[in-house]
Design a protein around this ligand. Sequence first.
Ligand code: HEC
Length: 143
Amino acid sequence: MKRHLHCGSRRSLVAVLALAVLANLGLSAAQAATPAELLAVYEAQAKAPGSPERGQKLFTQNFGRELGFSCSSCHGAEPVKNGRDQVTEKLIRPLAPAANPQRFTDKTKVDTWFRLNCTDVVGRDCKPGEKADVMSWLLTLKP
Ligand code: HEC
């Protein structure tokens, strides 16, 4: 009986540990990603491949909002280089993953910044297809 208990508690400890590992994996899989995986998610949502041409156009376009900004106002027209925030005047590291490997590796962060910046520049959040366009263009850029 004693032996059986010991065995059982060990087994449940293993099960708890395994669950914890799985939960962790599940969490990080939901958040962390490579830029290619993230692009695939947006393309799947849009049911269409991203277009680098459309992405560049969106990025440099002035949508006639009060601030008068395009994405490139702050990120630069060549986002393999540093940009500068036109409001806070803070330096912005390059947006293109080839120049900055930290970019597009956290979906929650990426969606948050798309929402904030698209709302300012376009007047609404960007759609998955527009995110795919911008990302597919950024992924063509080499430092
Ligand atoms: C007023 C300045 C400004 C404008 C305009 C702007 N951004 Fe940004 N953007 C920022 C800042 C500041 C950050 C956060 C700091 C950082 O990540 O370097 C950021 C971060 C991002 C990120 C986060 C990427 C990552 O993985 O780290 C994306 C995506 C992005 N911007 C896309 C856009 C797009 C698309 C537009 C145009 C619709 C745009 N931004 C316009 C200032 C701006």
